[in-house]
Design a protein around this ligand. Sequence first.
Ligand code: SF4
Ligand code: SF4
Length: 369
Amino acid sequence: MINAAECEPYISCDEALMCARPEEVIEGIRIMRHALQARQVVICLEDNMPGAFDCLKRALEAAGDSAIRIMPVPTLYPAGGEKQLIYALTGEEIPSQGLPADLGIVCHNVGTAAAVARALVHGEPLISRIVTVTGAGVRQPCNLEVRIGTPIGDIVAACGGYTEQVARLLMGGPMMGISLTSDQLPVIKTSNCILAASVAQAPTPPPALPCIRCGKCAEVCPAYLLPQQLFWYAHARDFDKIQDYNLFDCIECGCCAQVCPSHIPLVQYYRFAKTEIWDLERQRARADVARQRHEFRLERLQREKQALEARRAAAKKGLEKREKSGDADAKKAEIAAALARVKAKKSAQAAPPVATGEDDAAGPSEVKR
Ligand code: SF4
Ligand code: SF4
């Protein structure tokens, strides 16, 4: 599934890409289809983009790929959400905390398809992207292709600069955008929109009041969550309980905060809770690694101790063996010496007396006898 539906009002960067480079988009889609061996591909775009539809259709006919279809979906916020798009197209829901792959679907953005084509066909890494620069606070709203890392102030300057109506600067759309404190921040690969909003377009929210449990937030939640319960547990920092209410299924669309009569910045609470949970998980993972390393160290020390004891036992055994064999040799030598002495004595007794000149002089009668 190729997600070509813009995720928020005001944003039109994907539409601009499909109109400007439809061949590149189709090329990237065909590469991805080949890589994934997908049986079919559906490009989903909102039904208020006739220009993009025609451009893609022409490029598709030129490519002659019958496995790729274009399907318009109703323009209804948040239609560009991955889960919402899959539900609109197939009628199937992604399981809680699951992935589209659980349904046999891979979902990519249309910008990713174009980036794949540029990378594989032209060998060009992702160095630029199309950004929508819009809002009453900018003189000439338009879509620009800008290099990643370009300061936002330079982009606004390229669009004629700010108007006197500018009140807030947002990266992203009015629903999910992040308020910026400086226009010297750079464009990153996920920067789809720079919204220089007027007071009317992005009014400063009034101070939050306590939740009155009206349930309006639950009525509008596209993920069928209970936003007031999520808020309650995020506020109480009960990060175990909040996950029982499927916090991670929240797509941060901001619908709940828009309708909340108490003006509670609900999405900020959910983002805070998610960040804290990820941080706790990182800490837990680090602690697990440290514990494993400690256990491995203890095991290694134990192994080294056992090896040392085994070497010592072997050395002791060898010494005892050598000592024993030394005693036996000494005994053998003693026996051999005793036997030699006995033999020598016997042979001395059996031998006749040897005649000498002195004997002759002493008496010839003895020699004769
Ligand atoms: S809409 Fe606001 S006040 Fe009403 S239940 Fe939800 S959080 Fe509470
Ligand atoms: S931001 Fe609010 S309305 Fe949107 S998915 Fe999350 S809880 Fe539901």
